[in-house]
Design a protein around this ligand. Sequence first.
Ligand SMILES: *[C@@H]1O[C@H](CO)[C@@H](O)[C@H](O)[C@H]1NC(C)=O
Ligand SMILES: *[C@@H]1O[C@H](CO)[C@@H](O)[C@H](O)[C@H]1NC(C)=O
Ligand SMILES: *[C@@H]1O[C@H](CO)[C@@H](O)[C@H](O)[C@H]1NC(C)=O
Ligand SMILES: *[C@@H]1O[C@H](CO)[C@@H](O)[C@H](O)[C@H]1NC(C)=O
Ligand SMILES: *[C@@H]1O[C@H](CO)[C@@H](O)[C@H](O)[C@H]1NC(C)=O
Ligand SMILES: *[C@@H]1O[C@H](CO)[C@@H](O)[C@H](O)[C@H]1NC(C)=O
Ligand SMILES: *[C@@H]1O[C@H](CO)[C@@H](O)[C@H](O)[C@H]1NC(C)=O
Ligand SMILES: *[C@@H]1O[C@H](CO)[C@@H](O)[C@H](O)[C@H]1NC(C)=O
Ligand SMILES: *[C@@H]1O[C@H](CO)[C@@H](O)[C@H](O)[C@H]1NC(C)=O
Length: 601
Amino acid sequence: MGSFLFAALSLASLVSASFDGNLNYHSPSRRHEGLGIDVPKVVQRSLVKRSAPWDPAQLNFTHGVASGDPYPHSVILWTRIAPSLVSDGSNVTVTGNVPFYSHETEKYIKASPNPICVEYRVGTDGNFSSVVDKGTAYTTSDIDFTVKIETKNLAPFKTYYYQFNVCGSSNKSPLGRTKTSPDHDDAVSKVGLAVFSCSNYPNGYFNAYGNAARKDEVDFFVHLGDYIYEAGKGKLGKDPRATNPEKEIFSLYDYRTRIGQYRTDLDLRLAHQNFAWIPTWDDHEVANNGYRDGFSGMNNTEDSFRKFGGISVDSRKMNAVRAYFEWMPIRQVDMDDNLRIWRNFKMGKLFDLIMLDTRNYDRSITTLNWNDDYIEELKDDAGRSLMGSPQENWFYRQLSESNARGATWRIVGNQIIFSRMNNSAVYSNPLNADQWDVTGDSHANWVSDLVWLDETPYDQVTGAGAIGVEFAGTAVSSSGYGAGRSIANSSDKSAGLVRDNRELQWAEGYYRGYYELHISPDELNARYYGSPSVATRNPFEVSLANFTVKAGANHLQRNVANGRVESGALQRGQTVPTNLTLNTQTGTWNVTGFNQMFIAY
Ligand SMILES: *[C@@H]1O[C@H](CO)[C@@H](O)[C@H](O)[C@H]1NC(C)=O
Ligand SMILES: *[C@@H]1O[C@H](CO)[C@@H](O)[C@H](O)[C@H]1NC(C)=O
Ligand SMILES: *[C@@H]1O[C@H](CO)[C@@H](O)[C@H](O)[C@H]1NC(C)=O
Ligand SMILES: *[C@@H]1O[C@H](CO)[C@@H](O)[C@H](O)[C@H]1NC(C)=O
Ligand SMILES: *[C@@H]1O[C@H](CO)[C@@H](O)[C@H](O)[C@H]1NC(C)=O
Ligand SMILES: *[C@@H]1O[C@H](CO)[C@@H](O)[C@H](O)[C@H]1NC(C)=O
Ligand SMILES: *[C@@H]1O[C@H](CO)[C@@H](O)[C@H](O)[C@H]1NC(C)=O
Ligand SMILES: *[C@@H]1O[C@H](CO)[C@@H](O)[C@H](O)[C@H]1NC(C)=O
Ligand SMILES: *[C@@H]1O[C@H](CO)[C@@H](O)[C@H](O)[C@H]1NC(C)=O
């Protein structure tokens, strides 16, 4: 059926409803129609066209499936169904320049492809012996042929399977698996999260995603930002991890293409296919060291506008954000404020997961490479903000409401390290002005008792006086202070950090990887994992360190990490490295040591 529907005017409202079902027509904001797609006009255009409907054989589910933002009774489902892997190049922008719909663009309308119709179904098993939800949605080039729907009527904290197909055809997407969150008042005994950040495609393979997905030990995947990077690197066709586009990205087409390329990575694709994700962004989803009015490489000035061929800071941000919302399986929370991504998930009585944006929403100026002296003068100014006051007020309210509703834990997902960190052991500038210190993403593992320095006494040995615990994870593939260093040398650097920061209990800079949080009413366990190498796609990983926090304790359980870690440096503890030798003939690692390596394939 599909495009046949468009032949009859009387069906216009029905069609419009089906377009509405694809949330991406309102991306990124329902409240700002000018930023979304004008659905009635897309419908009109479709009615005018009357060109031959798609042959399902011409269409592909080009980038698998994804799901995310689990609520107790609904989840977001995502796919892309398109005539080509290549993203739409029209670069529709927020400037009011919407070439699709003006009368002069009749030609363009004629050339624009027909809408594509997909059906979806959701079941309690992968054979769909019991279908709990189904529906139809349309997509077009306007939204890069992406499909994002909210499936409803689901039961809390339950696994579901879903699949898309081209309407009336057996051209099917891969089978996806997802999960709802617990209901707000449910007494859940255990929820697991795998936590990722800083996945830089040209810098290495995404073994972390693949290992966590295949191990299958958690309920949800959380990404704390830098899901993509904007810079260009390498030569396509020559370097296996060259970026697409090869250059730095600016236009809508560029951002769509870059995210699309990341989603061709098999490990990332598997991770999306089998888990519901809860992501937030950091700077590189748009551009390096972003803040409210610019980036390290782009100013909000006329000069800059000319230099970058007519792209302003705002339009670049909108291009990035629009592509992000089109491609990521997340909800559009109340978009009263147009760049809002901060949102909260109530995981039963167990915890609130509060996801922040310390980057794009309303951040005051940060270090931009050329303004260090200015930032140094400015850093203690009371008017400075990382989150902006609407988000800050919202954040405090979430914390109090979580406490009032009796949730055991309050877990805050944030992009940059919160603890004050004296970095002099690894960097020339001891404090990082891009973090909360003065208030990033650090690409290393840091575990600290959270202390209110100079206000509340803190006992490093027992943890007394701490007000919480901070778990910061290394990068999926971006480089940190261990880059170019041996494991042992990197651990020496970590020892310097642990020496200079009393509340820092463990630092580790060699491995790329991720961590899992296993949360229960009595305690929370954090397990850190490292990939021995991201230079190749491989299924090996090392257990780096384990931590426990007892409910109500507000500090790490002693002995921290049972007194022994695999790599890095532990306050009052031992580092016992696994001996890793790559057998170049078999491509496998010879492992000796206390810590068994997990083989995930
Ligand atoms: C769709 O995928 C199939 C199988 O991978 C491939 O042979 C075909 O060329 C693709 N079609 C398009 C239009 O990309
Ligand atoms: C959109 O931007 C890309 C480069 O980023 C360019 O190649 C393409 O021609 C642009 N499309 C239009 C319709 O301007
Ligand atoms: C489909 O059903 C078969 C037979 O009952 C079962 O073995 C298989 O696991 C099911 N597949 C999925 C994905 O649920
Ligand atoms: C932004 O402005 C600063 C200060 O004028 C200048 O040093 C810097 O080079 C500019 N950056 C770009 C990318 O034009
Ligand atoms: C950071 O640590 C270094 C080395 O121990 C020390 O000399 C310096 O005073 C410390 N800086 C701050 C701001 O604490
Ligand atoms: C490790 O440190 C030693 C001593 O400083 C140095 O000689 C060696 O080159 C370093 N090796 C690596 C791989 O960092
Ligand atoms: C972490 O705990 C797991 C068991 O859950 C164990 O296999 C592993 O060796 C531990 N890792 C370290 C570094 O202690
Ligand atoms: C693994 O390492 C051990 C200890 O170095 C060595 O005895 C053994 O031969 C190695 N095995 C392989 C398969 O390389
Ligand atoms: C690693 O290998 C070295 C040299 O072969 C050996 O001295 C050391 O005990 C080994 N470490 C572990 C943890 O097995």
